[in-house]
Design a protein around this ligand. Structure first.
Ligand code: CUV
Ligand code: SF4
Length: 651
């Protein structure tokens, strides 16, 4: 049973216990001095609900909500346990599994809908209907066309692209058969999925199916609920997220290593400061163009911003334009409010996911414009809403930028305090790029990495991903865990807000090899890579799946992802998307460790299944450590060593 949520905290806060980076700590102190409230402040006075936490509250019908929390501090007899059900008789494990499944469905829906929008934009761009969007990566277009069984020989690029766009969109509504990208997985993995019946027919259907089967009185067998949730998660990882990544690469360019910068120092005293926040790249890509327009820059200067315009990003929209254009990252999830508190932010332009509603209230204390841009995401109290339509891309982007420029003279100089912190980082490690760096342009391959895993210079691979969470010290778990792992020769692959945390801590630079064990340091220095590789946004966790598959393909480390000394971890997760990601990694054969909390942790039967028995089926399983990064590292390394032993490559 998880520890009870922390007691309410009173009195002045020591913010060094809540964050590790100076701009955040300073921003929180400023909030105290001037009376602003952030998620960090609210976390001190609001405790998490002790009944709902850990999966033991059912509210799916109007006879409930029913609470099925185990009794505190004493053991139950089997008879007592049997009586502990909801009004309808639903067992605690059914309730926990249903809650878990609904989180997977919400996460899968978010990623997949993002992928759908990319595919939609892609198709219309391919048809030539969107003047501000062009197909950028032709080789990847051909590669994806091949994967989609679309003929390429002697055909126009345009026609191939139209077919790819149509085929991607068709995956969403497909009712029979299998989604295309599962064919990319190792054969043995596909066999397991077939046997379990978890290969999704389409991308949308399993989301609906989970919502249906978790409706009152439908699926009431824990393992079967998890099975259908697994299918839904695969529709995310090998479906919607993979489409989002692949088509974004073709449309906006496949990332290659470039130098980037991270932290709030990207904002300047003498520039109009604009931050994009959210997930979908379609508008932010065009805002990148708009802020570079000489006319816009001249206009900014005419309003007194002598330095022109500074664009920065937060969360995954930021990762997208960082990887492709080197646009600086202002911060990760919990810095969205801190960016406003600088008093120097003219506009924060948000699309979907991970945007806190608290932003709107906070922005009212300043001149900051909160601009919502997605047809599905409005916010009460926001400055303006655009239902973004790609046909008018640059026009809309320029209108937003112009508004922000006009807002510059409203900045209150007395409220401004911009942090100077900014950290260099090397980013842009798509799985394709990694194989080029390892094997050379003409022999692109993961084999050199495999050899280094076999000879033990690289002990294993760890994906560190996911959000920040105001219930724990921000970034601390990401950073300490990564340091501990690279010290033990584990190569870290990172995405999302975790990648931004590692960036701030300087771990995305080649110089970070000073924290590495001798073996990993040697490999990083030879190949010229940092010990932590920024692979992109949260949908780009699909790149990690592809990298793992390529490692299997290139030989020497078994014949399935579950044979690899590779693990996944989301130490500070908060979003439902993280649960979907975790589940598709487990189903792909990976050990996945969560921090802060686990959706079923207060219900032992379902948790036992997810933490133990599920491994017999998929070779992957879940685990949980609340907030000790060293214990996390210990378990991850033990897992890696066990896999090495099974492969016969332990020293
Ligand atoms: Ni896509 S899901 S907070 S890691 S972006 Fe950051 Fe992100 Fe949200 Fe979680
Ligand atoms: Fe309670 Fe059953 Fe209704 Fe859930 S479905 S709220 S357990 S009566």
């Amino acid at each position: 049973v998880a520890p009870p949520p922390k007691k309410k905290e009173v009195g002045p806060a020591d913010w060094t216990q809540y964050a590790i980076d100076t701009p955040t700590i300073e921003g929180l102190k400023k909030a105290d001095r001037e009376g602003y409230t952030t998620a960090f402040h609210r976390a001190r006075t609001m405790t998490a609900c002790p009944i709902g936490k850990g999966g033991t509250c059912c509210k799916i019908c109007n006879m409930g909500p029913c609470r099925v929390l185990p009794p505190k501090g004493k053991d139950e007899t089997p008879e007592e346990r049997k009586k502990r059900t909801g009004l309808c008789g639903a067992t605690p494990e059914t309730i926990a599994a249903r809650n878990f499944a609904r989180m997977v469905a919400a996460g899968a829906a978010a990623h997949s809908d993002h992928g759908r929008h990319v595919a939609h934009t892609f198709l219309h761009a391919a048809k030539g209907e969107l003047p501000d969007y062009q197909i950028k990566d032709i080789p990847k277009l051909f590669a994806i066309a091949m994967d989609y069984d679309i003929p390429t020989e002697g055909r126009e690029i345009k026609d191939i692209a139209i077919d790819v766009g149509k085929r991607a969109l068709q995956q969403y509504g497909q009712q029979d058969g299998e989604i295309l990208n599962v064919k990319r997985a190792p054969l043995k993995r596909q066999e397991i999925w077939k046997q379990e019946g978890v290969i999704p027919a389409g991308i949308d259907r399993p989301v609906v199916e989970v919502m249906h089967m978790t409706h009152m009185g439908v699926n009431q067998e824990m393992e079967h609920i998890i099975r259908l949730a697994t299918k839904c998660s695969l529709a995310d990882g090998w479906g919607g997220s993979m489409i989002a990544t692949d088509l974004s690469d073709i449309l906006y360019g496949t990332p290659v290593p470039i130098l980037g910068k991270v932290n709030l120092g990207c904002m300047k005293e003498d520039t109009v400061n604009i931050i994009v926040h959210g997930h979908e790249p379609s508008l932010s890509e065009i805002i990148v163009q708009a802020v570079q327009d000489p006319e816009m820059i001249a206009y900014a200067k005419s309003k007194g911003a002598t330095g022109g315009i500074s664009l920065g990003g937060i969360c995954c929209t930021s990762n997208e334009i960082l990887m492709r254009h080197g646009i600086p990252v202002a911060g990760n999830y919990l810095q969205q409010e801190i960016a406003v508190i600088t008093g120097a932010l003219e506009a924060i332009v948000v699309d979907v996911q991970c945007v806190m509603q608290g932003l709107a209230e906070l922005a009212k204390c300043f001149h900051t414009q909160v601009v919502t841009t997605s047809p599905i995401a409005k916010m009460q109290g926001a400055y303006k809403h655009y239902s973004y339509d790609e046909r008018y891309g640059l026009e809309t982007a320029k209108a937003i930028v112009k508004d922000a420029i006009d807002n510059f003279p409203n900045r209150d100089k007395n409220k401004v305090s911009i942090p100077t912190e900014q950290q260099d980082m090397v980013v842009g490690f798509s799985h394709e790029t990694i194989s080029y760096m390892l094997g050379g342009m003409f022999r692109a391959s993961y084999r050199p990495l495999n050899d280094n895993i076999i000879n033990g210079r690289v002990r294993g691979l760890a994906g560190i991903v996911g959000c920040g969470n105001a219930r724990v010290k921000n970034d601390y778990l990401h950073v300490e865990l990564a340091k501990e792992l690279i010290k033990n020769d584990v190569l870290v692959l990172t995405t999302g807000c975790s990648a931004i945390a590692l960036g701030k801590a300087g771990l995305l630079t080649p110089e970070a090899s000073k924290y590495c064990g001798a073996g990993l340091a040697e490999v990083c220095e030879t190949v010229g890579i940092p010990p932590c590789l920024h692979m992109g946004s949260c949908v780009d966790n699909s790149r990690i799946l592809m990298a793992a598959t390529a490692v299997v393909r290139d030989g020497g480390l078994g014949d399935d992802i579950s044979d690899l000394p590779a693990v996944g971890c989301a130490p500070e997760w908060m979003s439902e998307k993280a649960v979907s990601i975790g589940q598709y990694f487990v189903a792909s054969g990976v050990y996945v460790l969560f921090g802060v909390g686990f959706p079923t942790i207060n219900e032992d039967v379902c948790t036992n299944y997810l933490f133990k028995d599920i491994e017999k089926t998929y070779g992957g399983r879940w685990d949980f450590v609340e907030k000790d990064p060293y214990e996390m590292a210990k378990r991850i390394i033990a897992q890696i060593d066990a896999k090495r032993k099974a492969l016969g490559i332990d020293k």
